[in-house]
Design a protein around this ligand. Sequence first.
Ligand code: HPA
Ligand code: ZN
Length: 324
Amino acid sequence: MRDFLKRLPKAELHLHIEGSLEPELMFALAERNGVALPYASVEEARAAYDFSDLQSFLDLYYQGMSVLRTAEDFHDLAMDYFRRAHAEGVVHVEMHFDPQAHRIRGIELPVVMEGLSLARREAERELGLSTALIMAFLRDRDAEEAMAVLEEAAPYWEMLDAVGLDSAERGNPPEKFVEVFERAARLGIPRVAHAGEEGPPDYIRQALDRLDVCRIDHGVRCLEDPDLVARLRDEGVVLTVCPLSNVRLKVVERIEAHPLPRLLEAGLRVTLNSDDPAYFGGGMLANFEACQRAFGWDEATFIQLAGTAIEAAFISDARRTELR
Ligand code: HPA
Ligand code: ZN
């Protein structure tokens, strides 16, 4: 089964590239840039990744990315991940990135875009890996700042496959960002949003109704609202589910209790993703294997899950045909 899961062509639709920063590279970049880390060793960093909820993770996630300073750093970050993903049988990666988290530290958007763009071209050329770019807004910061970032990104609008919404969900409903998402819609940029990870089912409704998103990131709490489940099924809305993330952030108690089987039984279109692989115990293959162990799914189920991701990916029809 491991061999089958590894060979299965997998598309990853929910990854935060800053969350792919492994402690080894974090230490190397800290040294290169003269940045002090709060950990004495790689082992100590890994041991600190013991989270009680989303916020306790975000604190370390924002701290970890302080080593990213130059375009070369962003290039190295992305290539490091693309190589690992490629080795696990991943054929397409859609990466969220958090421009505000860098701007706050004085790292401007062109630096981030230069590094990520270089890595994307290299991944395509050297690994045959296609990639997409999702510029995420931090929902725990104000909407004016998000709007300013969207305008600042004007030179890069053509390169954005979507805009997204991430960071601390509770108390930061999608409707806070209606104007920003309307602006993105007018620009012809597709929209996705994290909703229903820690936040209530109503946030999933808001993301659909107020932000007009084409996919929901996480969405696992939809099961608390049967009408919403029916709607997601009828409209064929894709959920980008991240099982190991949900366990590590205590959205679910343990993998065996994860709602994935119930989401599938309800007829929803779900995909498996890694979210922040460096922090949550593994990449795409680890997530697929964890599900196999927990739920005993057969090959057909994994083929269906991987197929849904390819159907829902921001890729050309030609590339989609190639990946099917
Ligand atoms: N949830 C919300 N925001 C995030 C996450 C996540 O899992 N990872 C990075 N930003
Ligand atoms: Zn996420």
